[in-house]
Design a protein. Structure first.
Length: 258
């Protein structure tokens, strides 16, 4: 039995992607009452859930993780623990639960439309078969990559936070279009469709990003003029600083749970 502790946004996204029966619990009863998926059953509490489970997915806030681990500790010894709690290391979970098999996963928001990418790291006692189980679960939500756990802060800053960067740029592009006289709905439609189409090209064409830019930015053309503005404004430097700030914050959270 696969079980999930935490019926928040990401917990429910993961649950919806699992094809077999899922058991779920949450301290907020109102979240459980709103669940309508046929494959999801409700556990009375975390202890009841842990007793019935082979695989326990922790989808709780970092500040709640210690309390949840202490609750399930008596029943966790032979279970596979998969944590998607931001900043919580496999070592921290092992310190609380003992010699348990732990997998850490960093999914991202596009998982809600099955277009996500999840980075997976193994704990000290996790086996190859445990990785396969996690891979099978999160492959339902998009792509899966295995990374060393020390790289999770960088992963968080890029793929975890990254969707917000794209949302922001889409918004800013639409606002710039409005400033040139386009109506709000048309400006947003153009910006959204352009990003979606560009993403599909990146995915489907075996070309580098640099080559794709060259195909659009012909010498002396309109795109080249825009690119020069980005370069003068040091857009690349700004993005590096933003990613660095996100990674630094992720590291701060990690240091609280390591």
């Amino acid at each position: 039995m696969i079980s999930i502790i935490g019926a928040g946004n990401m917990g429910m996204i993961v649950a919806a992607g699992i094809k077999e029966k899922v058991l779920i619990s949450d301290s907020d009863i109102s979240k459980l009452r709103s669940i309508k998926y046929k494959n999801i059953s409700i556990a009375h509490n975390n202890i009841d859930l842990a007793r019935q489970s082979n695989v326990i997915i922790l989808a709780v806030k970092p500040q709640d993780i210690r309390g949840v681990l202490k609750e399930i500790k008596p029943y966790a010894k032979e279970k596979l623990i998969i944590s998607i709690a931001a900043g919580v290391t496999t070592l921290f979970i092992e310190k609380v639960l003992g010699r348990v098999r732990v997998i850490r996963v960093m999914p991202n928001m596009p998982a809600m439309v099955r277009k996500g990418i999840s980075a997976i790291s193994r704990g000290k006692f996790a086996k190859a078969e445990d990785f396969k189980i996690a891979d099978r679960i999160f492959s339902n939500l998009g792509e899966v990559v295995e990374v060393k756990e020390k790289m999770m802060d960088a992963v968080t800053a890029v793929s975890g936070s990254g969707p917000a960067y794209y949302f922001l740029f889409t918004y800013l592009l639409a606002k710039a279009a409005e400033a040139k006289g386009l109506k709000e709905d048309l400006a947003l439609k153009l910006a959204k469709a352009t990003f979606i189409g560009a993403a599909e090209i990146i995915k489907s064409k075996n070309l580098s990003i640099e080559d794709l830019i060259k195909k659009v930015a012909s010498k002396g053309g309109t795109t080249e003029a825009a690119m020069k503005v980005f370069k003068r404004g040091e857009l690349g430097v700004i993005i590096k600083k933003a990613v660095k700030a996100a990674a630094y914050r992720s590291n701060n959270l990690t240091n609280q749970h390591c």
